[in-house]
Design a protein around this ligand. Sequence first.
Ligand SMILES: [Zn+2]
Length: 320
Amino acid sequence: MRGLPALGIDVGGGSAKIGVVAPDGSVLSQCEVVSDPRLSGGALLDSFLAAAARLQAEARTPDLAGIGIGLPGQIDRQNGTTHVGNVPSLNGFPIVEHVQARTGLHARLENDATLAALAEHRFGSGRGATRFMTVTLGTGIGVGFIENGAAVHTSNGTLGDIGHIIVDPLGARRCRQGCHGCLESVASSLALAERYAELRRSAPGGGPSGLAPLFEAARVGDKECLRIIDEAARFLAAGIVSWIHIFAPDRIALAGGMSKSGPILLDRIIAAAQALAIPNYLANLSFVPAELGTDAGLVGAAALAFETETGRDTRELAVI
Ligand SMILES: [Zn+2]
């Protein structure tokens, strides 16, 4: 670690979060740039870098340690590109080469779920853990695993399509990617919102839609809403216990938008997981809430840059 801040770019489906991050993990300045779907891969990255240059000026940080970029989907680190992500113009595009050519800074690429785990391990709920796992509960189910400080990959530069572990083979639901009975199909925020919408359609007079009213109704004792949450918690526990039996984590952080719903979901997940797992695996395992919230992706991206030994050049980020 060289004392300089780094740039983190967390690319999502519809927008990118960009931030200048200090070596202690604090975000000095940040912004969100909406991804224009009409832009080519290069033009899209240039729009992110132009916003980054403005942030860099704002934070008065002329020198940077490097740039880290997080993306959903498969990561080809050797060629600095991504495949099967939800940003079509970047699939197969030489991202690292382009960013390095534009800025003169060293750039690295990583899967976004892995970066969330890296950020929590370095600066948040995973500090000091030896076998640390994050489970991100949102529109997708993301999992990252850090073993002895290093990110673990299994296939395609990620932990595999780990959110698509099959937990309900006899059910009728399919996920956005087309598999049947996977964890995302029955327990993502999209799946819960869909279950709630079905419930409201069958009720006289309909009612509000979305996830917040589902949790609100459950908190005041609505039995049908509690049943939806209880089922989702059991499916999530089945997925988490499968990962526990494979990776043997000593700490699991629950992250993502749905983790904000609090004990009504999280306590159910943890209780169900503890009832399902081989007891030995639970002896040294703790469940904790994630600490970094929606900044985890960009802080993790910057953490990549801090740990790049070859990032000797500290030139000012070029304004495109
Ligand atoms: Zn699936």
